[in-house]
Every structure is written in structure tokens, then in C-alpha cells.
Design a protein around this ligand. Sequence first.
Ligand code: NAD
Length: 259
Amino acid sequence: MKGRNAIVTGSTSGIGLAIARALAGEGCNVMLNGLGDANEIEAVRADLAAAAGTKITYNGADVSRPAEVRALVAAARADLGPVDILVNNAGIQHVSALADFPDEQWDRLVAVNLSAAFHASKAVIASMTERRFGRIVNIASVLGLVGAPHKAAYVATKHGLVGLTKSIAIEVAETGVTCNAVCPGMVMTPIIEMQVADQAKVTGLSPEDVVKEVFLQNQPIRRPVTAEEIAGAVVFLCSPAGSGVTGTTLAVDGGYVAR
Ligand code: NAD
């Protein structure tokens, strides 16, 4: 994978950052993306570049905006060269009963969790098929495979992402380009830490008990999956060993969907 050029959306924290770190560790040049404090992001970028010795750049596109997604891909091409690997990882959550689910949250989750992957994949696909190499990995969720209450937009967008993955995979299957989805179970990242804090307030449980009794109840390994374990699956799918795998959903979920 040495010298491959990768874009990882939403890689300023959590799972995306672990994926960027793992790809850089395999010798890839990486375009980071995500929201957050500019100084903190620059520290992350510099740290990654120093550790990996590959080219690490950053683009602050808001992936809910199609024009910014296209600009992100163009910037990666300009800074790194042709895009070999695209990891659509940026994602957001909103928890609410359906009757009260805010319309604007529905629209925002569709834009960030689903449409961004469509626009980014569309922007890289012609160059990948022409060069007869490409890896697109969509970070979906176990909630792209099963339902859950109070998460209508998240569950719908992650199921949509799984569908998009299968469609792209079949469309370009003969060109050497693969497209797969990784479906994480519960991983302790900022997106979950916020939900744990909210649930602790509502239930009166300690954050530790919320994790154990609410979040890990459905995860048979009874511990969070780590961001590095998700990154390992992405590296496999992008590596020569993963070249025969396309259109699949790889659950890295501690047994969540096996129950
Ligand atoms: P996180 O909140 O730590 O990271 C999300 C990243 O997306 C951040 O870098 C953030 O800046 C970026 N982002 C959010 N909105 C953006 C936008 N409009 N434009 C550009 N970047 C944006 O969360 P995480 O847990 O690392 O989540 C990463 C992915 O994994 C998401 O798609 C999430 O749905 C999925 N996932 C997470 C879990 C979990 O338990 N943590 C489980 C299943 C799936």
C-alpha cells in the first residue's frame, strides 16, 4: 500500500483518525478532513506526518455540502495525486422519538451520513476505473443492518449507505475497483461519549453503568470495539489481501449482529 493516496472524511477524531493513522502506517499519503479547532487539527496532522513519514494534508470541507466534497477531492488530487482510496467515514447522530424528530436533523443526517458518500464516490470513480485500481470503504454501522428506536435518520442513512455500497461495487466490479462497507459496533468516541452523558442524565445511572447496561447490552464481547479494530478492517479491505472482497458489509461489532 506504500505510496497509495487516501482521503478519509471525518478524520479529525475517533474512528476516522484511527483509520488515517493506520493507512499512513501502511505507507499511504492521507488527506485528512473534519471539523474542529484549527490548531488542534494542525497538531494532529503534524503528529501523523512525523510518525508515518508520508504526506499528510488537511482539507476542512463540510461534507454536507456537495460543492465542498468535490473541492475536497480536487484538493487531494492537487496535493497528493490520483486518489486510490476513499474512506467515507464522517458521520453524525441525532436521537429523538419519531413524532418529535426535527426535520432539519433528518436533512442534516441524510446530507452528512449518506449524500456525502455519494458525492465523494462520484467524484473519484472515473479516475479509479480509468486507472483500474480503487478502494472505496464506507463506514456504516451495525445500525445499517438492524433497526433501533429513536434513531430514524441514523438507521435509515446507514442502511442507505450499505445499499450505495452494493450498487457501486457491482457497477464497477470488472474494473479493479472495490467498494465495501464496514459496520462498527459500539466504539468509545466523542459521538458515543455525548450519548452516554445524555443517557446518564436521563436515567440517573453513572456513565460507567450506562455503557455497561445500555450500550454494551447488545454487544456480546461486553466491551467497546476499539477504533483501531475498525481501522484494521479498513486496512484489510484496501490491501492486496482484500482485492477479492467487494460489495460486502464487514461487521466489526463484537458479535452484535450475530445474536
Ligand atoms: P466522531 O464524532 O468521533 O467523529 C466524526 C468525525 O466526522 C469528526 O472528525 C467530525 O469532525 C467529522 N464530521 C462531522 N460532521 C462533518 C461534516 N459535516 N463535514 C466534515 N466532517 C464532519 O465519531 P466516530 O464514532 O469516530 O464516527 C465515525 C463514523 O463511525 C461515523 O460515520 C459513525 O456513524 C460511525 N460509527 C460509529 C460508531 C461508534 O460507536 N462510535 C458505531 C457505528 C458507526
